[in-house]
Write a protein of this length. Structure first.
Ligand code: HEC
Length: 147
C-alpha cells in the first residue's frame, strides 16, 4: 500500500515539475504574440517592396517565414491570456475561437498560395492585397481592439 502511495506521490511531483518548467507565463505569451505580429508587419512591408521590384526569390523566403509565424500564433491565445500587458486582443477571440483559428490558418495557407501567385502576377499590388493584406484586415476588424 505504501509503495503505491509513494509511487503516486512521485508521479505527481514529476508531472507537476514538468508543467512548471514548460509553462510560459501570461506575460511571456502576450509579449511573444505581439512581437510576432510586429515582425510580420515589418516583413509584409518588405514583401511589398521586394515583390514590386521583381526580387521574387527573396520575397518567397519572407512569405514562408510569415506563414510559419501564423502557425505559431495559433498557440499563443490560451484562455488565461485575455487581459493585461497591453494586449489589444478582444474577448471575441475566445467566444469564437474556431473562427479565429480558422482565420489564422487561412492567413497561413494563403501565404503559401502567394508564393506561386506572385509568379507571373499581372498586378502585384492586387495579388498581395488578395493573399496577404486582406487577411490582416478581416481578422483585426473583429478580433483586435481599436488602437
Ligand atoms: C487571425 C487574426 C489575425 C491576422 C490574420 C493578423 N492579425 Fe495582427 N493582430 C491580431 C490580434 C488578435 C492582435 C492583438 C494581439 C495582442 O495585443 O495581444 C494583433 C496585433 C497586431 C499588431 C500589434 C502588435 C503589437 O506590438 O501590439 C500588428 C502590428 C499587427 N497585428 C499586424 C498585422 C499584419 C500586418 C497582418 C497581416 C499581414 C496581421 N496583423 C494579421 C490578429 C491578427
Amino acid at each position: 500500500m505504501t509503495t503505491i502511495k509513494n509511487t503516486l506521490i512521485f508521479i505527481f511531483i514529476l508531472l507537476y515539475s514538468f508543467s512548471v518548467l514548460s509553462a510560459q507565463t501570461v506575460e511571456e505569451i502576450i509579449k511573444e504574440r505581439k512581437s510576432i505580429f510586429s515582425k510580420n508587419y515589418k516583413t509584409a512591408k518588405r514583401v511589398n517592396s521586394l515583390a514590386s521590384n521583381g526580387n521574387l526569390d527573396e520575397t518567397k523566403k519572407l512569405i514562408i517565414e510569415m506563414s510559419d509565424n501564423y502557425k505559431r500564433l495559433i498557440d499563443l491565445f490560451p484562455e488565461n491570456s485575455k487581459v493585461g500587458f497591453g494586449t489589444e486582443a478582444l474577448p471575441s477571440i475566445w467566444e469564437h475561437k474556431d473562427e479565429f483559428n480558422l482565420l489564422m490558418t487561412k492567413a497561413s495557407s494563403n501565404m503559401i498560395e502567394l508564393t506561386s501567385a506572385i509568379d507571373g502576377a499581372e498586378d502585384m499590388k492586387v495579388t498581395l492585397g488578395k493573399y496577404m493584406w486582406s487577411n490582416c484586415k478581416s481578422c483585426h476588424s473583429k478580433f483586435r481592439a481599436e488602437h
